[in-house]
Design a protein around this ligand. Structure first.
Ligand SMILES: [Fe+2]
Length: 196
């Protein structure tokens, strides 16, 4: 499936989490220099608003509400990328997975995103094979102090630029916090694997 000197496959955790690399394949610096020009930008905040109803909230959300977060420090920005983007096409080919959705998340210093699942991804199971749906994360900047990313039982910190990890379930709980001094950018790709 993968070949060439740029392919690194070094680590398996939980039988399917894996390390690969975009080194020599994707110029993330060039990509990031243009990302703020992306028009499809969604800024999110987990602050509960009047449009939420008790029925629309997952059960764990009530634990978060009761946990005492400072909600003004809970927010992030997503830069959505479609399948025509060169970076997305390269990444899809590298991990051998058909594009479903893709975005870059930005979390600024002093900000935390509490544990959650991306519930919206469930809607794709009507169009794609749930058993082949995979979530990939790529670390696209050099490590910087205080920038963490948690998926299920794993905390990713000081990860090598270009490293890709495959989640063991696309609906894993995940979270992030940034107690450093620079914004933390992470690339996310949800795909339907061509072969698993
Ligand atoms: Fe998320």
């Amino acid at each position: 499936m993968l070949n060439g000197a740029n392919t690194i496959l070094t680590l398996y955790i939980d039988n399917c989490l894996m390390d690969r690399t975009t080194s020599g394949i994707i110029d993330w610096n060039a990509f990031l220099s243009t990302i703020d020009k992306t028009t499809d930008v969604v800024s999110n905040c987990l602050l509960r608003d009047d449009s939420d109803t008790d029925d629309s909230l997952p059960n764990y959300w009530f634990d978060l509400i009761d946990a005492g977060y400072n909600w003004s420090n809970v927010k992030w920005t997503d830069y959505n990328l479609d399948e025509t983007h060169e970076v997305v096409k390269k990444f899809s080919k590298l991990v051998n997975s058909k594009f479903i959705r893709c975005f870059v998340s930005k979390v600024d210093p002093g900000i935390g995103v509490p544990m959650h699942q991306d519930h919206g991804d469930e809607e794709y199971t009507s169009k794609f094979d749930r058993n082949k749906m995979s979530r990939y994360t790529c670390f696209i900047k050099e490590p910087s102090f205080g920038q963490t990313f948690i998926v299920d039982k794993h905390c990713f910190y000081n990860e090598e630029k270009h490293k890709i990890v495959k989640w063991n379930n696309f609906q894993n709980f995940h979270a992030t916090f940034n107690v450093g001094y620079e914004s933390h950018y992470i690339f996310h790709f949800l795909g339907e694997d061509y072969s698993i």
